[in-house]
Each structure stands twice: as C-alpha cells, then as structure tokens.
Design a protein around this ligand. Structure first.
Ligand code: 5AD
Ligand code: FES
Length: 351
C-alpha cells in the first residue's frame, strides 16, 4: 500500500468506506493468521526507569511513583501461572532499569525456559548489544521495542537520550533482528505533535522493518508528565488520540504486514472498556495480553492512568478473555503462537 493510500484511510470519515477497511483487515487476518487469538501473559517486572520519555508515567523524575522490582522467584511464579492458564508466552516488561542486570536476567530466562514450555518475550527498553545477545543465548525468543514515531525531530523531542548516548530505536530493532529474535515494534497514536503524514510514514515503516509483532495504542495523557500537563495542539494536522484512529491503525498494520501478530492493546481497552478489545480483534488484531503482574505491584506500573483490569486477578482476566473470544466466534490460541512470518526461515537458538 502506498503512502497516499494509507494517508487517505487515516483521514477517511465515511462510515461505509471505513466498514470496507474493517472488512478487508478482518479477511486478511483470517487468511494469514487464522481465527486463533493468542494470549500473552504480561509480567511488569520492574517500574524503575532511568529515562525521561515526555509522555510516560514511569519516567525517572516522577517522584510520585512507588518503585518496585520483582524477585526472580516472583517472576517465575507468574510464568508458572501463565502456563497453568494455558498461555503460550510470557512477556517480561519493565522500565529501562539498570537494576535488571545482564546476568541476573539471563539466569531468570534460563529458569523459565527450563521449567516451562513458554515462549519468552522481552520488553526491557533500549539495552546494550551485549545484554541483548546474552538474553537471546539464554533462550529469549522475542523482543518488543516500540519506535513510537518515525519522525526523527518528534522522536528527539519526546525521548531525551541518556547522557553521552544516541537513541536510535530503528537501528536497534535491526540489530535485535540480526540476533535472531522475533521483532515487535509499534507507535502511540495521537501523541501531541504527530501529524497524519507522520503516522502514515510510521505504518509504512512497519512494513519496511518486516515486523513480526506490531503493538499500537492511543496516547493517554499522564498528568505527572511534561506532555500530559501540556496543551494539545488543535490544528488540522494533529492526529487525534481516539478510539477510531486506533482501529484504523490496527487495520492498516494488518494490511501492510498480513502475517504479523497484532495485539488489541490494553490502552485501547482503557479508552473503551466495554468492547474496545473486541473491536480491535475484528479489525485486524489477533493477540491479547492479559496482565499477570501481582496486583500489589500492578497498581504502581502506571505508564498512563486508569488502566483496565487493575484490580482483577489473573484467573479473572483469563476467564473474561476466553468468554469474549468465544463470543466473537474465534478460538483461544494453543501453543506458543510464534510468528508465521519467521516460521521456517530461522532455527531458534539451541535447536
Ligand atoms: N499513553 C499511552 N501509551 C503509552 N506508553 C507509554 N506511555 C504512554 C501513554 N502515556 C506506551 C509506549 C511504550 C509502551 C510500553 O507503552 O508506546 O512503548
Ligand atoms: Fe481483565 Fe476482562 S480482561 S477482567
């Protein structure tokens, strides 16, 4: 799909034409990844962060956050819970936390891989080549790192680098791919300063990076951040951080990367708790990521406010999601739910 076609879909307001976009995205999803919806258990293992991302509630200077870091045993218990709930993957996510060390993390990955059949996805921020290689060798299967925006000037405004370093997530994603990980990325929708042109370029970038996983969600202002406290630009070029725009991006992501695993995200469910997740799943998505973080920690992983399911148990979310998936006429995925994109192209480490 060409840039101009992506752009015109992003600007489309006609409901009949949008219904055609949803239909195409849903048919493409069915054809390339089928009717299974994969459940990935999310463990938010630490909310410490050294970075200053202008939109994120976990940014280092936010002193109103109670910081925590889970122990390896606590994370392992979550992984066993994921297995017992029938999930094929555990996603280990954190802020950019130097307290998560190369060797400590490698040990944890090895223990999860030895004691469960789970695929392990890491989402630990911008880490060194040495760390990424070590974790891959320890058995990690996938890595998630959103590039957030392909507009370099906007990226730089939102992401001050650590002193003495350059932050280039696109380059890092290519290195992650070269290490043999399945690669996931994505963007926030409607971040202040993001134009329609920018978002169309982001979607074209998904295809250029040949992503295995694409996560997108609406930007949700956090009051304890510089961006959340600022006034939104009200000009015609500014992308709205709306539910509708999120569906458009999910659908277009499916059309440009037909075989990718695409979650219907928590941020979307936060905008529409009633049926946002379901609408994502019928407009291109094929994954959901139930939260397995122990509730006592979960409340402190406040990237944005008012997240759904904050006080729900792991079992509660599991049965809720099963029911929602069945009600859509879809099935709950079994097995690891690896990317059909890579299957046969690459042998996992150790096999
Ligand atoms: N609103 C929505 N999404 C956010 N993220 C971070 N802060 C916010 C926010 N305020 C997203 C980023 C990050 C992912 C883990 O969460 O895209 O990559
Ligand atoms: Fe958590 Fe429905 S997914 S309660």
């Amino acid at each position: 799909m060409e840039h101009d076609e992506i752009l015109s879909w992003l600007r489309e307001t006609d409901e009949a034409r949008l219904a055609e976009l949803w239909r195409r995205a849903d048919a493409t999803r069915q054809l390339h990844v089928g009717g299974e919806v994969h459940l990935r258990g999310l463990v938010e293992l630490s909310n410490h962060c050294v970075r200053l991302c202008a939109y994120c509630g976990l940014r280092a200077p936010n002193t109103s956050v109670t910081r925590y870091r889970m122990t390896a045993d606590e994370v392992l218990r979550c992984a066993r819970l994921a297995e017992s709930l029938g999930y094929g993957t555990v996603v280990l996510q954190s802020g950019e936390d130097p307290g998560i060390t190369r060797d400590g993390m490698a040990d944890l990955i090895r223990r999860i891989k030895a004691e469960t059949p789970l695929a392990v996805t890491l989402s630990l921020g911008e880490r060194s080549e040495d760390e990424l290689a070590c974790w891959r060798a320890a058995g990690a299967d996938r890595y998630l790192l959103r590039f957030e925006t392909s507009n370099r000037a906007l990226y730089d405004r939102l992401h001050p680098p650590r002193p003495g370093t350059v932050s280039d997530r696109i380059a890092l994603l290519r290195r992650i791919r070269a290490l043999g990980y399945e690669v996931g990325s994505g963007v926030m929708i409607g971040i202040p300063g993001q134009t329609y042109e920018d978002l169309a370029a982001d979607i074209a970038m998904f295809a250029r990076l040949d992503l295995d996983m694409i996560g997108v969600g609406p930007y949700l202002p956090h009051p304890e951040t510089p961006l959340g406290a600022a006034q939104r630009p009200a000009d015609d070029d500014q992308v709205p951080n709306s539910e509708l725009m999120t569906y458009k991006v999910i659908a277009l992501a499916r059309l440009v990367c037909p075989r990718a695993n695409i979650p219907s995200t928590t941020a979307l469910a936060t905008l529409n708790p009633r049926d946002g997740r379901e609408l994502g799943l019928v407009r291109g998505a094929n994954v959901v990521m139930p939260n397995l973080t122990p509730p006592k920690y979960r409340v402190h992983y406040e990237i944005y406010p008012n997240k759904v399911c904050l006080r729900e148990t792991a079992e509660g979310c599991s049965s809720c999601l099963h029911a929602r998936i069945i009600a859509l006429g879809r099935t709950v995925g079994t097995g690891r739910g690896d990317s059909p994109n890579r299957r046969g192209r690459r042998e996992p480490v150790g096999s």
